[in-house]
Write a protein that binds this ligand. Structure first.
Ligand SMILES: *[C@@H]1O[C@H](CO)[C@@H](O)[C@H](O)[C@H]1NC(C)=O
Ligand SMILES: *[C@@H]1O[C@H](CO)[C@@H](O)[C@H](O)[C@H]1NC(C)=O
Ligand SMILES: *[C@@H]1O[C@H](CO)[C@@H](O)[C@H](O)[C@H]1NC(C)=O
Ligand SMILES: *[C@@H]1O[C@H](CO)[C@@H](O)[C@H](O)[C@H]1NC(C)=O
Ligand SMILES: *[C@@H]1O[C@H](CO)[C@@H](O)[C@H](O)[C@H]1NC(C)=O
Ligand SMILES: *[C@@H]1O[C@H](CO)[C@@H](O)[C@H](O)[C@H]1NC(C)=O
Ligand SMILES: *[C@@H]1O[C@H](CO)[C@@H](O)[C@H](O)[C@H]1NC(C)=O
Ligand SMILES: *[C@@H]1O[C@H](CO)[C@@H](O)[C@H](O)[C@H]1NC(C)=O
Ligand SMILES: *[C@@H]1O[C@H](CO)[C@@H](O)[C@H](O)[C@H]1NC(C)=O
Ligand SMILES: *[C@@H]1O[C@H](CO)[C@@H](O)[C@H](O)[C@H]1NC(C)=O
Ligand SMILES: *[C@@H]1O[C@H](CO)[C@@H](O)[C@H](O)[C@H]1NC(C)=O
Ligand SMILES: *[C@@H]1O[C@H](CO)[C@@H](O)[C@H](O)[C@H]1NC(C)=O
Length: 569
């Protein structure tokens, strides 16, 4: 026993020295001119390691690839140029790159940290660490050779020091963080000083200012991301015309005003994201010149006018979201040319007329949302073509006719929302053949007939909302105990007499709505309440439907009815 252990120790030592030797051999043989780490660089790095030693012993909450304490492996006797995350200049041996992104650094980064003595650093990545809400030291301005600096999501807080703008060689700067502030004048200084800037990412940094005109001069800019920065005023329109720009994200700046320019041909823009801004005006006719665009997100802005036909020229478009604007006129049939589209959202606009049947050509569509856009007539038959569809949102329209059985051919459907649409007739029981259906919402229509009992045996259906129709109770309930339903809303129907006890078999039910317009008989309640007394901690708050002045409802936990009858007035 004892000797075996000793043997193992020897083996470990032997292997370790082998590995050390091999790696030494390799590095000297393959690149014989390679310089080793300079002693001052090595000791600066080891001091940096010491500064954060304590934090590294605790483990991060979330694990994913690339997430480990890179500094742990740094050893004094090993050439620092071979340390994890360290890059040296081939010729001089100076440390020029330090990639400690996602490396469990935890603690305060002091202004006197030995990091700031690594004057040759060109690339520095400290993103996704935990600097326990300390401020960004102005000492960063000493690293004058920096071309790349990433301090994103590292739990820094407070004001970003003005001295950052002295780093005139920066071509990539990411300070995205939830708790930082940047002065408007410092953003201007950054824009004026860092003339070679390619990537500027300041998401969630509270800037609370207008956007400096100087951004227009950053002619090398490829990616600009200023999401959720509390920006206001008018965005300088010519930024969109920067020749190398590939991504521009200005989302979540609700006070930011702006307009799109006419776009020249062969624009390199791939991502245009103006989600929740106050950009307005029309999409220009030249919009189709954005021939590289993959992602267009204009959700919740203030655009109006007709969509230009040219939008159908943007062949690579994959994601198109125009929800919550004031677009009007016909939906152009050219949208049917966007064969790469996987997600199409046109909801809550003022379109009129029917959507063009060419949408049936969008064979890759996985998500379609056409809510509240004045649709009438039958549910469009082009939908039958969309065999990849998982999410179908058609609520708040004025359809005539029934729920088309043909939709049950779209076997990938996971969510169907067609509420408030004046649908008539029965719910086809074929719905129960959809193996992945998770949400089925046909509330507030004029549907009639019996609720298909097969809905209660579907393997994936968790949310079923059929309230405010003229449906009658299911004819028979059988084998419903394996149903994963936890939201069941049947109020405002013509259910007739029916024992509540029936629902107790739904083991996962948390929310049952049987509001006042239903004539449900409550025999079951009294029976159950006499026999079961659940501890208060098991109670779950219902999400009350407030459609009526008072209603009956029920809280059900683990299949047991606990309370019903509540009056609101
Ligand atoms: C080392 O220098 C050579 C030639 O200058 C270059 O090709 C190589 O990419 C450099 N290696 C590193 C790691 O910088
Ligand atoms: C910095 O490191 C993080 C985490 O490893 C990585 O996600 C990010 O892309 C890196 N930043 C840059 C600019 O390469
Ligand atoms: C660096 O600053 C911190 C906090 O001000 C201080 O505690 C520490 O002793 C300083 N370290 C050195 C090496 O000066
Ligand atoms: C940063 O702070 C948030 C809380 O605001 C915390 O959830 C997260 O774990 C912190 N990240 C790190 C890397 O410490
Ligand atoms: C630009 O950088 C220089 C140092 O390189 C600095 O002196 C100057 O103040 C900076 N300009 C602005 C507007 O910050
Ligand atoms: C941003 O900072 C300003 C003060 O500079 C403050 O009034 C505002 O509430 C902050 N915005 C957010 C979203 O935190
Ligand atoms: C842009 O650069 C030009 C020439 O370098 C300069 O004249 C102009 O003032 C700059 N514009 C802004 C807004 O900084
Ligand atoms: C959006 O901008 C317009 C002026 O262009 C203004 O009338 C409107 O109030 C703004 N809306 C918001 C939410 O700021
Ligand atoms: C839409 O924009 C308004 C301001 O115009 C904002 O209050 C609201 O939160 C935004 N909604 C979403 C879903 O982003
Ligand atoms: C759409 O494609 C058809 C051919 O499939 C073509 O004739 C038409 O010009 C295209 N429309 C647009 C706007 O790209
Ligand atoms: C359905 O797709 C086929 C090609 O897959 C196409 O020929 C047909 O026109 C489409 N139907 C509709 C209604 O869009
Ligand atoms: C459903 O698909 C089958 C074959 O896949 C087809 O025969 C049938 O006509 C389709 N039903 C409807 C209503 O489209």
């Amino acid at each position: 026993m004892f000797s075996m252990r000793k043997g193992n120790q020897y083996l470990t030592l032997y292997l370790a020295s082998c590995l050390f030797f091999i790696s030494n051999c390799q590095s000297t043989s393959s690149t014989s001119s390679k310089h080793h780490c300079l002693p001052d660089q090595s000791s600066a790095l080891l001091l940096l390691k010491q500064e954060f030693e304590e934090g590294m012993s605790s483990e991060p909450v979330v694990y994913y690839p690339g997430n480990y304490p890179k500094m742990k492996s740094w050893k004094a006797k090993v050439d620092c140029c071979s340390w994890d995350g360290v890059t040296c200049n081939n010729k001089t041996g100076q440390v020029v790159g330090l990639n400690l992104g996602n490396s469990w650094l935890s603690g305060i980064l002091n202004p006197n940290s030995s990091l700031f003595s690594l004057h040759h650093l060109q690339k520095l990545n400290l993103s996704m660490n935990g600097f326990i809400f300390s401020t960004i030291p102005s000492s960063f301005s000493q690293l004058v050779r920096l071309s790349h600096l990433d301090l994103s999501y590292s739990n820094f807080t407070g004001q970003i020091p003005s001295e950052i703008s002295w780093l005139t060689k920066l071509i990539s700067l990411d300070l995205s963080n939830f708790d930082l502030h940047l002065k408007g004048k410092d953003l201007e200084a950054i824009s004026k000083n860092m003339t070679n800037m390619r990537e500027l990412h300041l998401d969630h940094v509270n800037i609370s200012s207008s956007v400096p005109q100087a951004l227009v001069n950053l002619s090398s800019l490829t990616s600009l991301s200023l999401s959720d920065c509390s920006l206001f005023g008018e965005f300088p329109r010519n930024v969109f015309l920067l020749p190398k720009l590939q991504a521009i994200v200005l989302s979540r700046n609700v006070l930011l005003i702006g307009f799109l320019p006419e776009f020249p041909s062969r624009s390199s823009l791939r991502v245009l994201d103006l989600y929740s801004t106050n950009f307005s005006g029309k999409l220009p006719n030249s919009f189709g010149n954005l021939e590289s665009l993959n992602v267009l997100n204009l959700h919740n802005a203030s655009f109006s006018g007709e969509l230009p036909n040219s939008i159908g020229h943007i062949e690579p478009l994959n994601f198109l979201d125009l929800d919550y604007n004031h677009f009007s006129g016909q939906i152009p049939s050219s949208i049917g040319n966007l064969s790469q589209l996987t997600s199409l959202s046109l909801s809550f606009n003022n379109f009129n007329g029917q959507p063009p049947s060419t949408l049936g050509n969008l064979a890759k569509l996985n998500f379609i949302s056409l809510q509240s856009i004045n649709l009438h007539g039958k549910i469009p038959s082009f939908l039958n073509n969309l065999t990849q569809l998982e999410f179908l949102y058609l609520s708040y329209n004025n359809f005539e006719g029934g729920f088309p059985t043909s939709l049950t051919n779209l076997t990938k459907l996971r969510e169907i929302y067609i509420s408030r649409c004046q649908l008539k007739g029965p719910i086809p029981s074929e719905i129960s053949t959809l193996p992945q259906l998770y949400t089925f919402d046909l509330s507030d229509n004029s549907l009639s007939g019996a609720i298909p009992s097969l809905l209660f045996t579907m393997p994936s259906l968790e949310k079923l909302r059929l309230d405010q129709n003229q449906l009658t109770a299911p004819l028979k309930f059988k084998n419903i105990s394996s149903s994963p339903l936890w939201v069941l809303s049947l109020g405002g129907n013509a259910l007739g007499k029916m024992e509540l006890k029936i629902f107790f078999d739904l083991k996962h039910l948390l929310y049952l709505d049987l509001s006042v317009f239903s004539t449900l008989d409550l025999i079951g309640y009294y029976y159950m309440s006499k026999n079961y007394h659940m501890p208060a901690s098991y109670w779950v708050n219902a999400h009350w439907t407030q459609a009526s002045s008072f209603f009956y409802s029920a809280h059900i936990v683990h299949g047991f009815l606990l309370q019903e009858s509540k009056s609101l007035k």
